[in-house]
Write a protein that binds this ligand. Structure first.
Ligand code: FEO
Length: 398
């Protein structure tokens, strides 16, 4: 039972962590690893909530076998049909052919797309408000469409008051021995990863997360069991408050991010000067990022964290410096809202990036683009001091 953790009476974690995967979804770097959570219900009927990613299949199947202790598996409940959680459905159906697979109509449509053989599985289709009793535990299903796929279900155990929340309340980051958030210093160990996970994967669906949070507010929740990262049993309201802020696009802090692109270091010098003056003028925490050296997923995480963003870059081929353009495109794709932007450009003969960045940012809702921008010509000079002073003053006052 090495890989199994007791969550509460009759509910066990049977997941695992992957520390070898370089990029989650083959997009987002995860040097901190990731966990794939699955929950086993040991009751008059046995059940598993979601499977796991193929990368942890050996450990996962061993955990499940240990938990079953020779009993049959009655239910496999599928809350989310993305392959990092459903990869082993077919394997489990093969090993435990008597199992009934539980999901909603969309779950089964997607299941047949991924696993055509699932057409012949024993199935139980559920909808909003339906319940599944395993004996002592009674799980009520709550739909959470587009958090972040359309078929997503939450399940609430009326006995333990545990909410099985699919991807919601999840985070990047392998688990280091503990399964509960209160076994870690979550703010230090996981918060940046949780924000980056939320912003990049769920961030576009703030309205749908709000709808799910409203449903959750009507339930007495004592534990949250997500599909990634630690389980919450203490200070749940602290994490719910983060989700409230993130899903309404409210900045988590009043910090300022200075994000620059620089071919030869001149725009970087301007960015350092801007950061220095901003810290003096505002007393706020200022974070400086090189757009070329920082994976865009981390910058997106900073967008969710900071209230003001200073974007500084050169003109390149009469357009926006490409890494900055990619970042702007990602902000548009994720529907960033409610931020203040200040823009600066560098150009040797025809700087146009303030105009072009403004056009990109105008695609976002409820953002303020400060009227005052900064232009430097090729390199930073003493003669730029007044304009940098005035530029940072306008940011501080905004
Ligand atoms: Fe963790 Fe949307 O899958």
């Amino acid at each position: 039972m090495n890989g199994v953790k007791k969550i509460t009476d009759g509910i066990y974690w049977i997941g695992g962590s992957d520390r070898r995967l370089e990029r989650f979804e083959n997009i987002f770097p995860i040097p901190e690893g990731v966990s794939y959570n699955s929950y086993f219900i040991d009751d008059e009927k046995t059940a598993v909530f979601d499977t796991a990613d193929i990368s942890i299949s050996d450990q996962y199947l061993e955990n499940l076998k240990d938990c079953l202790e020779g009993k049959k598996l009655d239910y496999l409940v599928v809350l989310h049909m993305e392959p990092d959680h459903c990869a082993l459905i077919s394997t489990i159906a093969g090993l435990y052919p008597e199992v009934t697979v539980v999901g909603n109509a969309k779950t089964f449509t997607f299941m047949e797309q991924f696993f055509p053989e699932s057409a012949s599985y024993k199935k139980l289709e559920v909808k909003e408000g339906d319940t599944l009793s395993t004996g002592k535990h009674v799980f009520k299903f709550v739909t959470a469409p587009m958090v972040h796929w359309p078929e997503v279900l939450f399940a609430y155990d009326e006995v333990s008051k545990a909410l099985l929340s699919a991807d919601a309340f999840g985070t990047f980051g392998a688990l280091d021995g503990g399964i509960f958030a209160d076994e870690y210093d979550f703010e230090k160990d996981f918060l940046d990863s949780a924000r980056r996970y939320y912003a990049n994967i769920v961030g576009k669906y703030g309205m749908q997360v709000q709808a799910a949070l409203k449903k959750a507010a009507t339930i007495d929740i004592e534990m949250i069991l997500p599909l990634h990262g630690p389980v919450w049993r203490k200070d749940i309201s602290w994490f719910l408050d983060k989700y409230q802020k993130w899903s309404t696009y409210e900045a988590e802090t009043d910090d300022i991010a200075v994000i620059y692109g620089s071919l030869y270091g001149h725009t970087k010098s301007a960015a350092e000067a801007v950061a220095s003056l901003l810290r003096e003028k505002t007393g706020k925490n200022i974070k400086v990022f090189d757009v070329s050296g920082t994976d865009v997923s981390y910058l997106i995480g900073e967008v969710w964290r900071c209230s003001k963003l200073v974007l500084m870059c050169p003109t390149y081929n009469n357009g926006i410096y490409p890494p900055m353009e990619a970042f702007l495109n990602d902000m548009n794709a994720l529907g960033v809202q409610n931020r203040i932007f200040a823009l600066a450009q560098n150009g040797t003969w025809a700087p146009v990036t303030v105009k072009l960045m403004t056009e990109k940012l105008q695609g976002l809702k409820n953002v303020t683009i400060l009227e005052e921008s900064l232009t430097i010509k090729s390199a930073l000079h003493k003669s730029d001091c007044d304009s940098i002073e005035s530029f940072t003053e306008s940011i501080a006052k905004a």
